[in-house]
Design a protein around this ligand. Structure first.
Ligand code: NAI
Length: 256
């Protein structure tokens, strides 16, 4: 593993499981000093401990402004500043929402937007002033192929992720001249902890869905968390400094 992130100070929101936990591991392996923030503190602590290199965990609920500000304050105090942020947390209880714009439950929609979109705005507001203290800094948001693929049955999730893409473009165009890059990681179907739980809960329906995605991918497997962590590492490193305002599809080609 190279050390292109040596001593880069990075906070990851949504780091206890899945893509975020794999990213804690990947970034520390490349030399970064990582603060793993999550609503699931025990999970984030386990991810930080497994990663080593001084990674540590803080509790955060990204839908709560005060909680976000406190988490960022702790991260900045312990790391001595911030060079990068991966804003990855999402409420995935809606990932298998089976609805449409007429039938959707507005309470579900509101909760999805509160975490998946408003939460990303809160994290952005908290980290940008710290990132701008450096000549070069970076944010990676995790959106989804759902933001730009056809979604007949998951309107809340798709709308929240499309909003994240717009937020990223705002940030990259507003602060690019001050050395801040912002990009979106857009994963395709990836079997992570919550996805596994949702698949188990949905039984054969979810299995059909996985098969559908696999049939659309010119490879014989689904995505893995490590596939995404590798791309986040690139985007947060100097190797990625000329990538700005991009939506990087990481899906094995399933959305070609
Ligand atoms: P995951 O459930 O393993 O990770 C999500 C993390 O966010 C968890 O650690 C969870 O505790 C945390 N979280 C949830 N609500 C939070 C809150 N209010 N405040 C702070 N942390 C909170 O799921 P996964 O699959 O790793 O998802 C990571 C990102 O990738 C999400 O943004 C998801 O929408 C996106 N994604 C995942 C895909 C997949 O197929 N797994 C496909 C496309 C996008």
């Amino acid at each position: 593993m190279n050390s292109r992130l040596k001593d880069r100070r990075i906070i990851i929101f949504g780091s206890a499981t899945g893509i975020g936990a794999a990213t804690v591991k990947r970034l520390t392996a490349e030399g970064a000093r990582v603060c793993a923030a999550d609503i699931n503190l025990a999970g984030a602590e386990a991810a930080a401990q497994a990663a080593g290199n001084g990674a540590f965990a803080v509790h955060v609920d990204i839908s709560d402004e005060q909680s976000v500000n406190e988490a960022v304050k702790t991260a900045v105090e312990r790391l001595g500043g911030l060079d990068g942020a991966h804003i990855n947390a999402a409420d995935l209880r809606v990932i298998m929402e089976d609805s449409d714009a007429l039938a959707l439950d507005l309470a579900v929609f509101d909760r999805t937007i509160a975490v998946n979109l408003r939460g990303h705005l809160l994290c952005t507001r908290a980290v940008v002033p710290h990132l701008l203290k450096n000549k070069e800094s970076a944010i990676v948001y995790t959106s989804s192929g759902s933001a730009h693929g056809a979604e007949p049955t998951r309107p809340s999730y798709a709308m929240s992720k499309a909003g994240v893409n717009a937020l990223m473009r705002h940030v990259s165009s507003r602060w690019g001249k001050e050395g801040l890059t912002a990009n979106v990681l857009a994963p395709g179907f990836t079997v992570t902890g919550e996805m596994k739980a949702q698949m188990e809960a949905n039984g054969p329906e979810a299995e059909k869905w996985a098969q559908y995605f696999m049939s659309r991918t010119p490879h014989t497997r689904l995505g893995e968390s490590e596939d995404h962590a590798a791309v986040v590492a690139l985007l947060l490193s100097a190797d990625g400094r000329w990538i700005n305002g991009s939506i990087v599809d990481v899906n094995g080609g399933s959305l070609m």
